[in-house]
Design a protein around this ligand. Structure first.
Ligand SMILES: *[C@@H]1O[C@H](CO)[C@@H](O)[C@H](O)[C@H]1NC(C)=O
Length: 149
């Protein structure tokens, strides 16, 4: 069969309609389990006053840009976890002459519990980067600073 322009348009409309159907199915699932796909990540500068925290967070698709957080300042972004659950965000952080590179969101039930199934709160402190445990309110050390930038 010779693929005319009209045939191609027809196929692409079909594909679009099929995808819309899947999206509808997905949002029905969301109504049943609403907390699984809506997420936030927060990065907090918990360094002692007047210490700058440099943060650069990304996923494969999104570059959230470079920013400098002053003490107590935080930065939050939200997203929907993708259907095949491969969403991954990571951050490079640094202060003075030390740095850390860590994943801040990935598909992991233990992480989801720590995040209260809603918001993952990462806090940069003087000795490393911590994840807040939603259930207990404790900050759990995740990564120590490494020397160098
Ligand atoms: C963050 O601070 C560093 C070091 O002072 C500076 O080089 C950089 O341009 C700043 N970036 C932003 C986005 O403010």
């Amino acid at each position: 069969m010779k693929l005319t322009r009209q045939t191609l348009i027809f196929i692409s409309v079909l594909v679009t309609l099929t995808c819309q159907n899947q999206a509808t199915t997905e949002s029905t699932a969301d109504i049943i389990v609403p907390k699984i796909s809506e997420w936030q990540v927060t990065v907090v500068n918990g360094l002692v006053a007047d210490k700058n925290l440099y943060v650069h967070c990304r996923s494969k698709e999104d570059d959230l840009g470079e920013r400098n957080l002053t003490s107590e300042e935080s930065f939050t972004w939200g997203f929907r976890q993708n259907i095949i659950h491969t969403t991954l965000f990571w951050c490079y952080m640094s202060k003075h002459d030390v740095h850390a590179k860590l994943n801040v969101f990935w598909d992991d039930v233990i992480l989801f519990h720590r995040c209260g199934w809603k918001t993952c709160v990462w806090i940069a402190k003087d000795d490393g980067v911590y994840l807040r445990d939603f259930a207990t309110g404790d900050d759990l050390i995740s990564t120590k600073w490494e020397v160098g930038l």
